[in-house]
Write a protein that binds this ligand. Structure first.
Ligand code: GLN
Length: 239
């Protein structure tokens, strides 16, 4: 499919939420678009700057509690992300960024902090930090292979009726209710770091598909070999 203007990938708040390497998600999208001849640019939006509403795919990552609270306040006040999602832009929100997408999340003392309300979820602080590998089986409606990554968070996320679970947790904690992440429309939230799109190229292609339509397959043998190595190391061996 011809795509006449450059695909705009918007990386939100590198100065606040870049602790866990999730910025790699922007690089993966950019590269997977370019390998298919689609021009792509990554727009870095610092927290003092307005979030453009003309992007195609929005990304936000994980971070510590205080920057997370600041990011939520600024995004709420800014409104650009709301306008973009309102006109159908795609989004991947990871960990702290995932929690921010909901109605509220737990601050550094567990106090409720208002989120941006783009996903029907709320998060609280759980009893223990969830740290380690995360493997999850994706909702069959999305037709994606098993997701793999790692998690590092205190939050427990409660899903409302307006979202569907992204996946069922096989290894790890995820939302804390047996599921990992959620999605609604073209907005995905997840606890997966890795970066998620480097570990799961099919998830990257889902976002690209939402943004530009059908895509030719890429030769992913090398990535698949790495993925399988990780999965084999983490998944319980069959009896
Ligand atoms: N501060 C949040 C929590 O601990 C998010 C952590 C993260 O982004 N990895 O739940």
């Amino acid at each position: 499919m011809p795509y006449d203007s450059a695909l705009r990938i918007v990386w939100i708040y590198p100065d606040l939420l870049s602790t866990y390497g999730d910025q790699g998600n922007a690089l993966v999208l950019e590269q997977r678009a370019r390998r298919r001849g689609i021009q792509a640019e990554v727009v870095h939006v610092r927290s003092a700057d307005p979030v453009p509403d003309s992007g195609d795919i929005y990304l936000i990552g994980g971070g510590e509690d205080r920057p997370q609270i600041l990011a939520a306040e600024r995004l709420r006040r800014d409104g650009g992300l709301h306008r973009a999602i309102g006109r159908g832009a795609a989004m991947l929100a990871v960990c702290a960024g995932y929690q921010i997408m909901g109605s509220s999340f737990g601050g550094e003392e567990g106090q409720p902090v208002g989120g941006v309300g783009l996903l029907d979820i709320s998060s609280t602080r759980g009893p223990a930090r969830a740290v380690g590998e995360l493997v999850a089986e994706v909702d069959s409606a999305l037709n994606l292979p098993m997701l793999s990554g790692f998690e590092n968070h205190m939050g427990v996320t409660h899903l409302g009726p307006g979202v569907r679970p992204l996946s069922r947790t096989v290894v790890g904690v995820g939302n804390g209710d047996g599921y990992e992440g959620c999605y609604a429309g073209h907005v995905i939230g997840t606890y997966l770091h890795g970066p998620a799109l480097a570990r799961n190229p099919a998830l990257a292609d889902l976002l690209l598909h939402w943004a530009v339509g059908d895509l030719p397959a890429l030769d992913d043998r090398w990535y698949e070999a790495l993925r399988n190595e990780r999965l084999e190391a983490v998944l319980p061996s069959p009896q």
